[in-house]
Structures are given as C-alpha cells and as structure tokens.
Design a protein around this ligand. Structure first.
Ligand code: GLC
Length: 735
C-alpha cells in the first residue's frame, strides 16, 4: 500500500483540491475519492455533473427537515441528534461521505439573509444544538462539517468583506459555538468561511485554522474551504486549510511553490494525510439502500412541532375550540414556504400544507387573500375578508416570500409585506377572532400589527412536514413547545448591530461588541416585542424550591422543581442564566449557561439540576490573553425566558486567584489589591517613606490616587523614587 509520502509532488498537490463540485480527489490505491454534499437540514445530492453551490440545479429527493431556525427553537438536543442521525441515513443511502452542515454562525442581525440556517443569537444554545446535530450525523459514521468558520454573520459582500471584531467579542460571542462543537462532538471536518477576519481571509488565517482550531481546541480533522473561498492556494495550505472546494485547476501553484522553497512539501503531505484520515473515518459508515420515507417524515413533523413558537394567545383562542367556524386565509396555508433558498435547498420527498391538514380534521373555509409575489390584489383581499366575516375564527397565514431572504443577500427590512399587513387589518375589522401564523426564516417585526391578532404562532420555516405540524398545534393535539432563540425587537433600529450592519467599503465593524441580542437589550433594559427564550404553551408551569450548593472552588449545583400546574401535557424549557448587576455596564447583564426541556403531565413535577463552574462566569481578558474569573457577587437566574425570571439566588465567586505581574505602570489600586503587592507596599508605608497613608486618606484623594500608576508618584515629591518602585517590583516577583 503506497503512502501519501510516496506519491509524487503533483499527486500530493492534487489531493489538496477537489476533483469536481462534490468530490475530493483520489490517488491510486492510497486515497479514494469522497463524496461531499449539502446540507444542514436535508440532502441536496446532485448526481449529475451540473452541480452547483447555490441551489440552482435539482437534486435527489430527500427529507426536508426543519432548518436550524426551527430546530434551534426546539431547544431540544436529543431531537437534534435524531434529526442528525436521520440526515446521515439518507446521506449514506445516497452515497454521501460528508454532510456539509450544521451551520453555527451567530445571528448578529435579523437582517442576515441566511439566519434561517443558523440556530441562535446565543453561543451557548448554538453550540449545544450544533454539537447534537454533529453527533447525530456521525453516529452512523458519516462525516459532519461544522460551518462557516468563522464570523460569517451576513451575506452582503460575504466573499470579500472583512469582519472587524475585537478579541473579547470574538472569544465570547463568535467562537464559543464552534469550540463547543469541536470539543464535544469532534466533527470530522470544518468548513472555513468566505470572509476576512480583521483583514485576513478565513481560508488563509493561520491563527484561526491552526493555532486556535488545532492548537488550542485540539481539532484533529480536515479543514475544507467554503465553495470558492480560497484566494491563494499556497497561503491557504500554509495556514492550515487542507482542501480547496471546488477545484480551481491551480495545483501547479502548489508544485511551483514547493520547488521554489516557498512551501514545505511536508505541509502538502500533511493535508493529504488528513484527507486519508477522513477517508478512513468514513469508509466504515453504515451502509443503507434507502430509508423509511414515512418515518423520516414523522421525525420532520415532530421537529417542526417542537420548533414553532407561540408568541401570543390572548383569551386562549388556541387551541381551536371544536364547533367554531374556522376560516383559513392566506396562500401560505396552501402553498407553504418551508425552507430557505441557496445551497441548503432540498427537493422534499413529500410536502404537507396546513390547509389540507386542518381540512382533514375540521371543516374550514379558505381564501388565498394575497399573492405570494407581494403584489396587491384587491379581488383576493376582498374575497378573504368576506370569508373571514362568516367565521368565528380566522387563521391567517402570513410570511416572507422566497425573494425576501436567502443565502447570498441580506434583507433591508424586517417588515412583513405591506399587502399582507393590510389584509390582516381588514380581516380583523370583519369581526372574527384572528390567529396569525407566520412563515419566515429571519425574525419579522410584529409591533405594527399584532394588536389585530388574538394569537400569533411563529412558524419559521418548518420543513416538508411543517403544514401538518402547524395543524397539530392549532388543533391542540400537541402543545407548542418552541422558544425564541433570537429576540424579536420592537423596532429594527433597536437592534444593537443596526448602526454597523452590513458595513461598507469592504469592512463591517462589530461595533456593538459582545452586546448581541438579549445581551444588549437586557443590559440596557430596552423593551422588546418578545424576548430571547420566550414561548407560550397550553398549560402553566410553576417553579419552586431553588437550591444552590457550592460543590467546589468555583463550582455550584443548582436545583429547582418545575410543576405542570395546568390541564394538559406540555413541555417547558427551563433556562439558567448567570447575571451580573453593576452601576454601569461592565459586562452583559445576563448570559444563558444552561437549559433543559422537560415534558410534564398535568400536576406532575420534576426536579431539574444544573452545574455551574467558573467557566460560566469567565470573561475573556485581552491583557491576560485568556479567560478571567473575577471575584465577586453574581446571581443565578432560572426562568421561562430571559425576561421571565422565576427564581433567583445570589452567589459569590472567589475569582480565579490570578494576581498578574505588577510593574511601575500598575496603578496604586492594583498594587493595593494584589495579594503580594499590597503587603509589600504597606510594609513600605509602615517605614514612613513619606507616602500618604492612603487607607486613611481623604476618599476623594484616595479615589484620585488609586488610578495613578505607581511610578508616577515619583514626581509627587513624596519620596517614592524609581529605585523604590523597582525594589517593590522585585519583592513581588520574589513573592
Ligand atoms: C455555499 C455555502 C456553503 C455550502 C457550499 C456548498 O456557498 O456557503 O454553506 O455548503 O457553498 O454548496
């Protein structure tokens, strides 16, 4: 058996690029060609050479599961794992070795055209859900590909734009989901993003692809490019990018660079070794001739049910009471929008619609009410109003057309089409109670119109079984259990990134820093339409018996009891936040650090347990180049959303005991707070060096002095010379 090192240089170079849109290169009996295929929520297997990365050409039928916007809203990692395993079964049946997903980029702005493919504005939730999908996919030996690494939070100018993001924000917001997936789920592959990060393309970003991903996180798989993301083959290989997809016919550049001594042949070999390792990992994938189409459709239906979010339900208009005259309105009820556009597009094996699903269970009237292309149509509207007037309840399906959002471009508004909002107003005026059901991949504004509706069910994009899932929830065969993973703002202008998104002139500045989503709104106390974590159901849950216990240094157990106090079985998503209060914003007011989705029968209770560690309190310190745990108080908040905190406990952390090096430029305050520095300084004070007795000094003077670097006191004529400062620094170094 030939090894990589025995291949010719040309053969080695060829392995670092694909053989066509969906295949890697083979090399004799050393490395077989592997088949890669989208996508994150359903297979887009293109068997003809007319492959494309944009969802333009057709693909083999496969189950279209709910995209990440809905799967994420289920807050159910076990379900996500099962969806991943079902994806893998279909992938393997279609001869696919690596599924190109999940995407775990953070929803920085609701305007991002690809938010339907991502899980949340929160990195913890995104990481947990992304890891669950990866473990599901890889449970059958099929490879997963976590993407798009990294800081790919917009579609505008995505192949060139430089995301200008500070180190702390990068570490606390845009990297943690990838880190969690890498450490917890160990994906076989990572896909780098198109964009630049602080000026350097991700495809040739050595710190990102090698120092961080492999050196710090221990990734041991293969890094591939997004399709067309490599701009410099040699620089990409040197940075740690192993595989260019699809091929650009530039292997000669690799050969020439090695021969010219600009690239070590060992680097080319290493990329080949990683491809060989991937081939060995997937060669043992479970083999299937097909899958149970109906069973996978039911998994898609279950996932869709779990992802829809009941935002509002005034007067308990839902579930629909038997015997009421129900009008179903809106073309989206008959012609569902169930997935997003672009590379994740799936040809579904089946497609349910809500109208047929409702009509199979109850008597309904119907009118399309509007055109999907958004052009006003008075005849359709007038007819819908007539049908509404003859009903007790009008269930009006509204949402975004395909043209409004997609991979490849961003939105400029979060409004619903004006013709749809106008129809809603007229339907409400016609007299029936109104239930609005939404179909949208990115968040839409509800403030302008929700007073016209008694209930609002956010149906996102729910995959091929979404229509029947929505009927299940509307009819009450199941209780809604989805929760928002992205805040719905009152206004687009309230969005923290609004002033900076999507940037211009080749740059997008992440000026809001780590204050993304609820981290912004909750820190400023900004009113929102519906908060992160929000979602109603058809029962009520009581929270009681919060107990916290210190189980080690910077380790706590947190327990509480949740009780179904209503009349129906339902799920609750118990959310655990760590919270920090300060007179002025010094860090996000609260951050999600745990969650549990539990199903309870009426009257049933469950004891829910969490563990908190110092890592849950840590912030990234740029000066230390690492995570820092500050000593001091914090709160544990447990609730049903970031704004519906039911129980709270005050705790305190001893910090991480870090006492950094002191220098003459360390302030007096830092010297006094330092365990060694404070002692040696006070010893000096006791020798009467003429230093004022700061601890008994006038508070105003002390306040002024604490912020002064110690060396600066040498000009104050108080006898603190540079030599004394040097002696103090040495004393601290000697401990
Ligand atoms: C696309 C997408 C990526 C996809 C790839 C292959 O441009 O960004 O998510 O997997 O190309 O279609």
């Amino acid at each position: 058996m030939t090894s990589i090192s025995q291949l010719t240089l040309a053969e080695k170079a060829a392995l670092t690029s694909g053989s066509d849109t969906w295949h890697t290169q083979a090399a004799g009996d050393v490395v077989p060609a592997l088949t890669l295929s989208d996508g994150p929520h359903g297979m887009r297997r293109q068997v003809k050479s007319a492959g494309d990365a944009l969802g333009l050409n057709n693909s083999l039928p496969a189950t279209c599961f709910p995209p990440a916007v809905a799967l994420g809203s289920s807050w159910d990692p076990e379900l996500a794992h099962r969806v991943g395993a079902a994806l893998a079964r279909e992938a393997s049946a279609q001869g696919v070795d690596v599924v190109l997903g999940p995407g775990v980029n953070i929803k920085r702005s609701p305007l991002c055209g690809r938010n339907f493919e991502y899980f949340s504005e929160d990195p913890h939730l995104t990481g947990v859900m992304g890891a669950a999908v990866v473990t599901g996919i890889q449970s059958l030996g099929v490879g997963a590909c976590v993407k798009h690494f990294a800081v790919n939070n917009q579609e505008t100018d995505r192949m060139r734009v430089s995301a200008e993001v500070d180190e702390q924000t990068l570490r606390e917001i845009y990297l943690p989901a990838f880190e969690r997936v890498i450490r917890d789920a160990r994906p076989y592959t990572v896909m780098c993003s198109y964009n630049r990060i602080n000026g350097e393309y991700a495809s040739q970003h050595r710190w990102l692809l090698t120092d961080l991903l492999r050196g710090e996180w221990g990734f041991d798989g293969l890094v591939m490019s997004d399709w067309g993301a490599v701009n410099d083959r040699v620089a990409a290989l040197a940075a740690g990018l192993d595989l260019e997809m699809p091929p650009t016919g530039t292997d000669a550049e690799i050969v020439e660079a090695v021969r010219a001594g600009r690239l070590a042949e060992s680097v080319v070999e290493l990329a080949g070794e990683r491809l060989l390792k991937l081939a060995r990992r997937v060669e043992n994938r479970r083999r299937f001739d097909g899958w149970d189409v109906a069973a996978h459709h039911e998994i898609a239906r279950e996932a869709a049910r779990a992802g829809a979010v009941l935002l509002k339900n005034d007067g308990g208009v839902l579930p629909l009471a038997p015997g009421r005259r129900v009008a179903v309105l809106g073309e989206l009820a008959r012609t569902p929008r169930y997935q997003g556009s672009g590379s994740s597009h799936v040809v579904p094996t089946r497609l349910d619609n809500a109208l047929d699903a409702l009509g199979a269970a109850i008597e309904v009237s119907f009118a399309p009410g509007y055109r999907l292309d958004g052009h006003p149509d008075e005849e359709l509207a007038a007819r819908a109003v007539e049908v509404a007037a003859a009903a007790d309840v009008a269930v009006l399906f509204l949402g975004l057309p395909d043209a409004a959002e997609s991979e490849g471009f961003d939105r400029t508004t979060i409004d619903l089409p004006a013709a749809q909002v106008e129809l809603l107003r007229r339907v409400a005026e016609a007299g029936p109670e109104v239930v609005v059901v939404l179909s949208n991949g990115g968040v839409v504004s509800v403030s302008e119109w929700q007073e016209c509706a008694s209930a609002v069910l956010e149906g996102w994009l729910l995959g091929q079984a979404g229509g029947s899932a929505l009927a299940d929830l509307l009819l009450g065969t199941h209780s809604p259990s989805g929760r928002l993973t992205e805040t719905i703002p009152l206004r687009l202008a309230d969005v923290p990134s609004h002033l900076y998104f999507p940037g211009a002139d080749g740059r997008v500045v992440y000026g809001e820093g780590r204050y993304v989503g609820y981290r912004h709104y909750d820190t400023l106390g900004t009113e929102v339409a519906y908060p992160f974590g929000h979602g109603l159901t058809y029962t009520r849950f009581d929270y009681s018996g919060l107990e916290t216990r210190e189980t080690g240094e910077n380790e706590w157990s947190v327990e509480l009891t949740v009780t179904n106090a209503g009349e129906r079985f339902a799920h609750e998503v118990v959310q655990l936040y760590v919270a920090f209060e300060a007179e002025r914003p010094v860090r996000p007011r609260r951050e999600l650090r745990g969650f549990a989705k539990i199903g309870l029968n009426p009257g049933e209770s469950e004891r829910v347990r969490f563990t908190l560690t110092g890592a849950d309190l840590a912030q990234w310190s740029v000066s230390r180049g690492g995570w820092a745990i500050d000593a001091g108080p914090f709160a544990v908040e447990v609730g049903a959303s970031s704004r519906d905190i039911r129980l709270r406990a005050e705790l305190s952390s001893p910090g991480d005991g870090y006492a950094g090096p002191l220098t003459g430029m360390s302030t007096l305050g830092e010297w006094l707070a330092h365990p060694v520095g404070g002692r040696v300084l006070k010893e000096l004070l006791s020798q009467g060096t003429g230093l004022p007795d700061f601890e008994r000094a006038d508070p105003a003077l002390l306040g002024l002095a604490l912020g002064v670097p110690l060396i600066k006191f040498r000009t104050f004529g108080i006898g603190l010379s540079a030599e004394i400062v040097d002696r103090l620094v040495s004393a601290v170094e000697q401990g």
